[in-house]
Design a protein. Structure first.
Length: 153
C-alpha cells in the first residue's frame, strides 16, 4: 500500500497543501499586524516602547527613593497625640476640670507633653521633653496617662 507511487504522491501533495494553507494564514496575520505600516515604522515603534519602559523604570526607582525618604520623615513627625482634662485640686472646688495635659508623640515615642494647671488666681503651663515614652523630668500620673493614651492612638 505505501509502496504505491500514487499513494506517496497523494500524501506528499496533501502535506504540501497543508503547508501552503498554513503559510497563507501566517501571511494574512502578518499583513493584518502590519496594516498601514512598514518594517521600519514597526521597528521605530518597538524602540519607542523600549525607551518608554526605561523611563518608567527610572521614574519608579526615583519614586521608591522619594517614598522611603517620606516614610523616614513621617516616622519623625508628630502623629500621636492625646489631651486629658482633670482637676488637680480635688475636693477644694478651685480649678474644676480646667487643667489639662496634652501629649504629642511621633512613632518612636519621642515628643513633648504640655501641662496646664488652672486655679482661680493663676494658670501655670509646663512642658517636658519625651524620649522613648519617658522623660528626664518626673512625670505626674496625668502626664503618664496622657502619654499612654497618645501611644495607643
Amino acid at each position: 500500500m505505501w509502496q504505491d507511487p500514487y499513494t506517496l504522491l497523494a500524501i506528499a501533495g496533501a502535506i504540501c497543501g497543508i503547508l501552503i494553507l498554513w503559510n497563507i494564514r501566517l501571511e494574512m496575520k502578518m499583513k493584518r499586524m502590519l496594516r498601514g505600516k512598514n518594517a521600519k515604522t514597526l521597528e521605530d515603534t518597538i524602540v519607542s516602547l523600549d525607551q518608554d519602559i526605561k523611563k518608567l523604570k527610572d521614574y519608579a526607582n526615583k519614586n521608591e527613593l522619594r517614598m522611603s525618604k517620606v516614610d523616614h520623615k513621617l516616622a519623625e513627625t508628630i502623629s500621636n497625640f492625646a489631651v486629658l482634662r482633670y482637676n488637680p485640686f480635688k475636693g477644694t472646688g478651685s480649678g474644676g476640670n480646667q487643667s489639662f495635659v496634652a501629649a504629642f508623640l511621633n512613632d518612636k515615642k519621642d515628643g513633648l507633653v504640655i501641662s496646664s494647671l488652672y486655679s482661680r488666681d493663676r494658670v501655670s503651663v509646663f512642658s517636658k521633653a519625651i524620649k522613648n515614652g519617658g522623660s528626664d523630668f518626673e512625670l505626674s500620673a496625668e502626664e503618664k496617662e496622657a502619654i499612654g493614651l497618645a501611644i495607643k492612638s
